[in-house]
Design a protein around this ligand. Sequence first.
Ligand code: ADP
Ligand code: MG
Length: 280
Amino acid sequence: KVTFPKPERTRMIAVANQKGGVGKTTTAVNVSSALAQYGARVLLIDMDPQGNASTALGARHASGEPSVYDVLEGRMSIADVKQTCPDFELLDVVPASIDLSGAELEVADMADRNVLLKRAVDEFLESSEHHYDYVIIDCPPSLGLLVINAMCAVTEMLIPIQAEYYALEGLGQLINTIGLVQEHFNPALLVSTMLVTMFDKRTLLSREVHEEVKKHYPTIVLDTTIPRTVKISEAPSFNQSVIAYDPRGMGAISYCEAALEIARRSPTVLQAIDARRNEN
Ligand code: ADP
Ligand code: MG
């Protein structure tokens, strides 16, 4: 029987990797859906102007629709813009639209430009009538101001790693940026999770990538890997996570297992990860 622990305090996780197409959005969407299906209350924040996570969860995000852009600009609160995912009543989505692409420049001169999202999230969690178990943020493929805002708003980073030849390239730069944010803005931030995505069990390369990541980050990388499946890639065009679209398929099962592994990461494990970081 599956036991599914709920965290005592809201866990805040940003899904980031400056490389595009590695499975960030797919992971944010499906881990959020799996957690909500297991009974956790989840807020997914779409921080990518492409709005792919909003699309995949059936949230309206045409230009002009109330979105995370209005939140960052201080016109609206998260409570004003969030929408409930049609498939999971415990999953709320803060959508992003193309309007967000202007935000980085518009707030660039503000003294508090790095913590606009953090402030909005903290205020929302404090004032919300519901207790949220998870806040999960889908980041755009960059290391710009939107991603820095996400890094300042959370305590955990989830890094999806695509099982391909150049998998670990760029990881150093990402970890350096996370280190700078820790040092200057958010000492509580840690890399808690890595997840190998688009795994092809027929290839040696996929297994080698998983082994390599395990060797460098043994306590951080999940045992679960996400296979490359057609259903995972089809689901967004039906405005659904694969958890709702094909609940019995390998894609959904793998994301449910990954979500379970994440949920079982107790504060002790997270502290251990933190200690490791400080040694280096
Ligand atoms: P990112 O957000 O990092 O840019 P996405 O999650 O959007 O990456 O994934 C990039 C593309 O790969 C999308 O078209 C997505 O549907 C597809 N994709 C992601 N993960 C899988 C998978 N496990 N199997 C098949 N297709 C996948
Ligand atoms: Mg994306």
